[in-house]
Design a protein around this ligand. Structure first.
Ligand code: CMP
Length: 139
């Protein structure tokens, strides 16, 4: 089933000049970028995006990090895009991510982990609408 997922290339990966390599990995896995923005998130934008994590001890640090520099936000489309992207990213902690995954290659630690990807169809819908409200009407 073709579906959409939201991906973010985080400030650490943008600083490391890994944008091209990461987008290339998406494309090679059959995940097509169908929308893309580069922006610096204000802290409030990061807090809204990660609102589900607001009770976590790392919430403030995560939002400071995510608003610390430019990010690239993409909508990726493809067969089983959500699961495929999560496999491609690897585990949240780069130290535990499988070899060859984006986080194993570009992540630094559990917080500076290079990329974000939606974890379910419901989350994908909400996250896509957050950054690309004009796309929410087409699912
Ligand atoms: P992400 O997939 O964007 O979703 C939530 C983010 O919180 C996660 O990637 C990490 O960047 C961060 N995160 C998750 N767990 C921890 C942790 N234990 N300590 C610090 N940051 C974390």
């Amino acid at each position: 089933m073709s579906e959409r997922t939201l991906a973010i290339i985080k400030p650490d990966a943008v600083k490391k000049q890994a944008i091209g390599d990461i987008i290339s990995q998406y494309e090679q896995a059959g995940l097509r970028p169908v929308a893309m923005r580069m922006l610096v998130m204000g802290k409030g934008i990061a807090e809204g995006f990660y609102a589900v994590h607001r009770a976590r001890p790392f919430f403030d640090s995560l939002c400071t990090f995510m608003s610390s520099g430019p990010v690239v936000v993409l909508v990726l489309k493809g067969e089983n895009a959500i699961k495929k992207n999560r496999e491609l990213m690897g585990a949240t902690d780069p130290a535990k991510a499988d070899k060859g995954t984006i986080r194993a290659k570009h992540g630094t630690n559990i917080e500076y982990n290079a990329v974000h990807g939606s974890d379910s169809p419901e989350t994908a819908r909400v996250e896509i609408a957050y950054f690309f409200p004009e796309m929410s009407v087409v699912g």
